[in-house]
Design a protein around this ligand. Structure first.
Ligand code: SAM
Ligand code: SF4
Length: 333
């Protein structure tokens, strides 16, 4: 392959795609109600999922064309066997600057050290409540203490900030916003409040949706000096801080104030579908192309033509809620 072409992964709206999210599995050791249907998802044979060699091939091709950040997600990425070997090999890709993982944290206390040594540069740990009964209600499994241990161990290992993902659901955890913000007083974390998004089979409805502006109001009732610090480097999280606190608060406003204009992300699902928009139905089957012997050049061309069709923005909250999209666990967060 020739030297990276900075325009190769640029779409019709001038958005350069430098951030690749790869789902490693459709399986999970939790059953979050906002992510998967109550009846679970149909589990397919192992051959349905991309092998490490296939993931490495796609990653290497895309890093070769300007991708600088890869996030491993799922399902629960830490349940994928031999994950550490994949991390080591991805880390050696020339041009890759960040290699991060989003995890529910359950297996992290056990695997943190080997993942750190293998080269993971950042962790997002998901946690929606600090109350045991609510944790078991939303994830349909026990495990709160382990996730809290994972957060503290990751902080102790020197990751700064450790990002905590919290899906905010009206009537469920809205009264815990301030408890989470209180954690930023002494911990070097970025507490990220994510607007609840609709996916097939989850329990989304407009009544459960709590917009960013309302979250800010609730926090300001307790800390009037809670202030906006602007956007993160990619303007995806809106960053805020209580003055004098160590950590920050980020809001991911995918629904009330989408950040499509600056979207630099492409996704590969565990079964090898390229998605250029989290909410778009358009998928390109890279797995079958690879298994049919497609050349590197033709694979890249398939990515480029999908990007050429990428819409300027998603269709808006109500339309997304009314349209079909695979459950989040099958897309990868
Ligand atoms: N299992 C890992 C975890 O939970 O961190 C990684 C995969 S999970 C699909 C990635 C992220 O998507 C998690 O932070 C999760 O909270 C978020 N997520 C899942 N369903 C969501 C929804 N309906 N709305 C907003 N965020 C959602
Ligand atoms: Fe599993 Fe993460 Fe989905 Fe929860 S959000 S069910 S932990 S994949």
């Amino acid at each position: 392959m020739n030297a990276p072409d900075p325009t190769y992964l640029t779409d019709a709206f001038g958005r350069r795609h430098t951030y690749l999210r790869i789902s490693l599995t459709e399986r999970c050791n939790l059953r979050c109600t906002y992510c998967m249907p109550a009846e679970g998802v149909e589990l397919k044979p192992k051959s349905h999922i991309l092998s490490f060699e296939e993931i490495l091939r796609l990653s290497s091709l895309l890093v070769g064309q300007g991708v600088t950040k890869i996030r491993l997600t799922g399902g629960e990425p830490l349940i994928r066997k031999e994950l550490v070997h994949l991390v080591e090999r991805l880390r050696s890709l020339d041009g890759l600057r960040e290699l991060t993982i989003t995890t529910n944290g359950l297996l992290l206390p056990r695997k943190l050290e080997e993942l750190r040594r293998a080269g993971i540069t950042g962790f997002n740990i998901s946690l929606d409540t600090l109350r045991k009964d609510r944790f078991e209600e939303i994830t349909r499994r026990p495990g709160l203490d382990t996730v809290l241990e994972a957060i503290h161990r990751t902080v102790d290992a020197g990751y700064d900030p450790v990002k905590i993902n919290c899906v905010v659901i009206r009537g469920f955890n809205e009264d815990e916003l301030v408890d989470f913000v209180a954690m930023t007083r002494d911990l070097p974390i970025e507490m990220r409040f994510i607007e609840y998004m609709p996916f097939d089979g989850n329990t989304w409805n407009t009544g459960k949706f709590l917009p960013y502006v309302e979250m800010v109001d609730r926090i300001r009732e307790v800390w009037p000096d809670f202030r906006s610090e602007g956007g993160d480097e990619l303007e995806i999280a809106k960053l805020w801080q209580v003055q004098g606190f160590t950590g920050k608060v980020g809001f991911i406003t995918s629904m009330s104030d989408h950040f499509c204009a600056g979207c630099n992300r492409i996704r590969i699902t565990a079964d090898g579908q390229l998605k250029v928009c989290l909410f778009g139905a358009q998928e390109v089957n890279l797995r079958d192309l690879m298994r049919d012997g497609t050349s590197d050049e033709a694979l890249l061309e398939a990515v480029r033509s999908a990007l050429a069709r990428k819409a300027p923005s998603h269709a808006g909250m109500e339309t997304i809620a009314a349209s079909e999209n695979r459950p989040m666990i099958l897309i990868g967060g």
